[in-house]
Structures are given as structure tokens and as C-alpha cells.
Ligand binder design. Structure first.
Ligand SMILES: [Zn+2]
Ligand SMILES: [Zn+2]
Length: 388
């Protein structure tokens, strides 16, 4: 037999070649498994970081977006927008839900506002929700890819233990990304070929990033519900603010939560909250029709009186209201052409208000019936415009 014949040579080395092939194959397979394991740990650590970043970026979006910043900026701007929306929806039932409990209604309106705004489509690039999430995914995955590349360049040896590579990658990640366990338990002491494993990690991270940036709006809405709720909570406290209501018209205090001296620029005809002449019989003998006076006008009147069951049920002069409602500041203003929003509202829904409060319809002044919706809306906007 010719010892130099290639076929013979191959056959004689068959076993060695087979062993080398399997050894190489096993090494590659092992590298793949280890890389997958590291990527799995990185993905776990990144989920929380992405969610946290989503919250921060979503808050930032609402605070800076030209569509929302002027609305979400303060309780009063949000309240004005909400009152305009309520009127334009044209449902008395919706308005009564607000009037029954303004702060609860405002809380749910904040929630609805945030959820709806996140569902808006941005051209062909998905919803606001998807876009904010995709930015967070790209940012965190880029961070992991850079950390992997840096770890590879920092480890000069061709081989190292899994834990060494893992810790090097971690040391190049931001604090929020560092996994709580700094070692990978089962495979931590295995020797790996650094370059091969790093290549595989990068390839798997790229693939995972691609799939995450393809996630549907419906999936994200469901999975990020807790984070969206946190965004709602973040804005809710300021936008609902002080929950005190004007004792006469029911208008919410304009101040932030925790205020001790309550005031509002928007006092309403008192019939809106159900005040009726039944209590003020001394002046009128016509029965319990709803009152059209604004509280600001009533407190400017030296004679007008009120008697209310939430205090002592005794007669008090309006202009001395602070003897029983000392935390409220109601400026005495003789009604001119002000508070058009609520006058328009009461003129439009006079009968509904009367039924709602179990009273007689108010005697609506003729001038109120001439107020158009555009005038009412603009008056409300002007009322809360920053004064320069
Ligand atoms: Zn009032
Ligand atoms: Zn207040």
C-alpha cells in the first residue's frame, strides 16, 4: 500500500480528523450556547432599564411636546382644556359626572388624556407609544453592544472565563443596566474564546433589538401598562391639585395640592351647584328656582344672605362669608360680562340642571342666551391666560 496516496493518508487519519472536527464543532456550539446565555442575562437586565427609561422619556415627551406642554403645564391649563372638551362632547350626563366630583373626574381625565395621547400615530412610524419605546430599546441595546465591544478590546487574552467577560461587559454598562447578580452561576467558570463569543453576543443582540423594535402597539400598551400608569400618577397630583370646592358655586380651587388658602378665577352661577332660592326666600317668593348670581357678585352685596347645611344652617351675610368659610378667598366683583363659559353652559342646560338638582329652572338673563360657544370658549381661555 502506498503510504503517500492521499486517500490512504486520509483513511489512516480518519479518526484524528473526526475527533478534530467534532472538537471544533463542539467548541463552536459551546460558544453559541454561552453567548446565548450571556445575552439572556443582558436582556433580563435591560428590560427593567428600558421600562425605567420609557417612564422618563414619556414624562419628558409630555413636558416638551408642542401638542401637550401648554395643556399639561398646570392645573388651570389642563382644567380649561378639559372643560372645553366636556362642552364640545355635548353630553349633559358627562358634565354632571364632572360636577358631582370634580377631582375624581379630573383624575380619570388625566388618565384618559395620557393613554389617548400615546396612541396617536406619528405619520407612518407607529404610535407615540411605539416610538418612545423603540428609542429606549435602541439606546439600551446600543449600550450593550458598545459594552460588549469594549469588553472584547479590554480582555487581551484569547481565552478567558465566562464570568470575567460578563463582569467586563457589566463594567461598561450604565448603573441602571447592571444585573443584580454579578456572576453567571452554572457556566461562570467555563473557558471561552473571547472573540468568537463576543461576535455571537453582538449578533444575538442585534437580532433581539430588531424584534423588539417590531413590537405592535397593542402588545406594548398591555406590557407597559404599569409604566404608563406611573406617567399618569406623575402628572395627576399636580393636575388635580387642591380638591377644595367653592362653597357656593362648586368651582374647584385653582391651587396645587396642600394649599391652605383657596381661590379660583372661575366662579360660576351658583345654580350650577344646585343653589336655589328656596334658601333665600326672603328675597323671592317664586319657589326654588336655581340661582343665577355669581359668588363674586353675591359677596360684593352687603345685604344678600345665605344659609347652608354644611356649616351651621344659620343666616349669614355673603360679604361676611369668611366667618364660616375662612380658608376661601372670594373677591367681591359686581358681575359685568364675565364667566361666559358657565353662563353659556347654564343657559344651554337650564332644564337639565333643574331636573338634576330637583329645582325649578333658573330665570336666565336674556344676555346669556346670546352668548355663542366660541365667545364662551374664548372667555374661559382668556380667564387663565398668563397675565403680563
Ligand atoms: Zn364660587
Ligand atoms: Zn386650595
Amino acid at each position: 500500500m502506498d503510504q503517500n496516496d492521499p486517500k490512504t493518508l486520509m483513511l489512516s487519519h480518519k479518526e484524528i480528523l473526526r475527533q478534530e472536527f467534532y472538537s471544533e464543532f463542539t467548541k463552536v456550539e459551546k460558544s453559541l450556547k454561552i453567548a446565548s446565555n450571556i445575552v439572556m442575562h443582558l436582556k433580563d437586565a435591560s428590560t427593567e432599564a428600558i421600562n425605567l427609561q420609557f417612564f422618563l422619556r414619556a414624562v419628558e415627551y409630555f413636558r416638551t411636546s408642542p401638542d401637550h406642554k401648554h395643556i399639561i403645564d398646570s392645573k388651570t391649563s389642563f382644567h380649561v382644556k378639559m372643560l372645553i372638551d366636556v362642552a364640545e362632547i355635548n353630553s349633559f350626563e358627562l358634565a354632571t359626572r364632572y360636577l358631582r366630583n370634580p377631582s375624581t373626574f379630573m383624575s380619570s381625565w388625566v388618565q384618559e388624556y395620557i393613554f389617548n395621547a400615546l396612541q396617536v400615530n406619528i405619520n407612518d412610524q407607529g404610535t407615540v407609544l411605539q416610538n418612545i419605546y423603540y428609542i429606549c430599546v435602541r439606546s439600551k441595546f446600543n449600550e450593550m453592544l458598545v459594552a460588549t465591544r469594549n469588553a472584547f478590546t479590554k480582555i487581551e487574552a484569547k481565552y478567558c472565563k465566562v464570568n470575567e467577560l460578563w463582569q467586563k461587559i457589566n463594567s461598561h454598562l450604565e448603573l441602571t443596566m447592571i444585573a443584580p447578580v454579578m456572576t453567571i452561576p452554572t457556566i461562570g467558570n467555563e473557558q471561552i474564546q473571547v472573540e468568537k463569543v463576543c461576535e455571537e453576543i453582538s449578533s444575538e443582540l442585534n437580532e433581539a433589538r430588531y424584534y423588539l423594535t417590531m413590537r405592535s402597539n397593542a402588545d406594548l400598551k398591555k406590557d407597559l401598562r404599569r409604566e404608563i400608569e406611573k406617567v399618569v400618577e406623575y402628572f395627576e397630583k399636580d393636575l388635580v391639585g387642591c380638591k377644595e370646592l367653592c362653597p357656593f358655586c362648586g368651582g374647584p380651587c385653582d391651587n396645587t395640592a396642600g394649599c391652605t388658602s383657596h381661590l379660583t378665577r372661575c366662579h360660576r352661577p351658583q345654580g350650577i351647584s344646585g343653589q336655589n332660592w328656596h334658601w333665600w326666600n326672603w328675597k323671592r317668593k317664586r319657589g326654588n328656582e336655581l340661582v343665577v348670581d355669581l359668588c363674586t357678585t353675591s359677596v360684593a352685596d352687603k345685604k344678600q344672605q345665605f344659609k347652608k347645611s354644611d356649616v351651621d344652617n344659620k343666616w349669614h351675610k355673603y360679604h361676611e362669608y369668611r366667618t364660616v368659610y375662612e380658608s376661601w378667598m372670594i373677591p367681591p366683583i359686581v358681575d359685568t360680562n364675565t364667566q361666559l363659559y358657565w353662563k353659556w353652559f347654564m343657559a344651554k342646560y337650564n332644564k337639565e340642571f333643574a331636573d338634576f338638582h330637583g329645582c325649578l329652572e333658573a330665570e336666565i338673563p336674556d344676555s346669556w342666551k346670546q352668548i355663542t360657544w366660541e365667545e364662551a370658549k374664548q372667555d374661559l381661555i382668556n380667564l387663565y391666560k398668563p397675565r403680563t
